[in-house]
Design a protein around this ligand. Structure first.
Ligand SMILES: Nc1ncnc2c1ncn2[C@@H]1O[C@H](COP(=O)(O)OP(=O)(O)OP(=O)(O)O)[C@@H](O)[C@H]1O
Ligand SMILES: [Mg+2]
Length: 279
């Protein structure tokens, strides 16, 4: 709506986990490097955790781009509220296994021969599970067993579990200790610090066509960082609403009053006492 007004060629703060808008903060860079390294060196289990909206799904999208480019086969599960039967069925569909997808035994046999064949040709296979904190115990147990498949060169299936921080605490529970022991790489995402948040906002605007932006001045960015706790998704929605408000008021520069209105409308909770005073 406001794109033409500010000179954007596309929406700078859209909410989708689009790799073309990737901002390579050191922690995102490290997480992606870990995922890629884990897959390439056949580490088996890799866990990516982080607060809601910190960029986990975005990292998985980037990993998928990498896997596609390297022609590495993968299955990707987004809906983690699955029964064991549904899990095997989805796995079979994603990996295009030629078998009765409704039979767990057939899927396992077919998967096993596919993994061995691929491993024999020096290739690996990946299972990506997003929202893994929602997985039921019995599905996690099946995933653990899949992670046991190996030949002398390493694990046959690389398994990436991504989820909110509850995943970490879930893995601490006694019944998951076998799985926990098998996790060879862990990475975590947190909110941006101020410098990263400023670079993030500026980079999204530049990517959308406005370099060296003056629309959101630095003191307002400081406030956005504070009120969003540096969480990328919250930064996006604050900035999007802020630009909309400025557009409605026909102003090319955003102000603290506009931000107050936006965060009040969003019912954003932050401690008012320690807010950075406006300059
Ligand atoms: N490094 C990044 N570069 C560009 N955009 C990012 C980055 N990290 C997060 N975002 C943006 O933040 C928003 C939330 O990211 P994402 O959906 O990946 O978070 P999540 O951790 O998967 O959240 P949830 O816990 O709700 O699943 C998206 O709009 C995404 O574009
Ligand atoms: Mg996500």
């Amino acid at each position: 709506m406001y794109n033409a007004f500010f000179g954007f060629t596309q929406n700078p703060f859209n909410m989708s986990p689009d790799p073309s808008f990737l901002f390579r903060s050191p922690q995102h860079e490290e997480a992606l490097a870990n995922l890629i390294y884990g897959v390439q060196s056949r580490k088996g289990f890799i866990v990516l955790t982080g607060e809601v909206g910190t960029g986990k799904t975005t990292m998985l999208e980037c990993l998928r781009d990498f896997l596609n480019a390297q022609q590495i086969a993968f299955a990707s599960l987004f809906n983690s509220r699955l029964t064991v039967e549904q899990f095997f069925e989805m796995l079979a569909y994603d990996l295009e296994l030629r078998c009765n997808k409704l039979s767990k035994t057939e899927v396992l046999l077919s998967l096993n021969s596919m993994l061995l064949e691929r491993a024999g040709a020096g290739r690996t296979t990946v299972l990506i599970v997003d929202e893994a904190h929602n997985l039921e115990w019995d599905v996690l147990e099946e995933i653990r067993l899949l992670g046991n498949l190996e030949n002398r060169r390493g694990k046959l299936l690389q398994i990436i579990l991504a989820g909110q921080q509850e995943l970490d605490s879930k893995l601490e529970r006694a019944e998951f200790r076998q799985l926990k022991q098998r996790i060879s790489l862990r990475c975590a995402l947190r909110g941006f610090d101020l410098e990263e948040a400023a670079a993030y906002i500026n980079s999204r605007m530049a990517r959308a066509g406005v370099k060296d932006q003056k629309i959101i001045p630095h003191p307002i960015i400081e406030e956005i960082h504070y009120r969003s706790q540096g969480i990328p998704r919250l930064i996006n929605s604050i900035c999007d609403n802020l630009l909309l408000t400025a557009f409605a008021m026909e102003s090319k520069v955003t102000t603290l009053e506009m931000l107050d209105e936006v965060t009040a409308d969003m019912r954003l909770e932050y401690s008012k006492e320690s807010a950075i005073p406006p300059r």
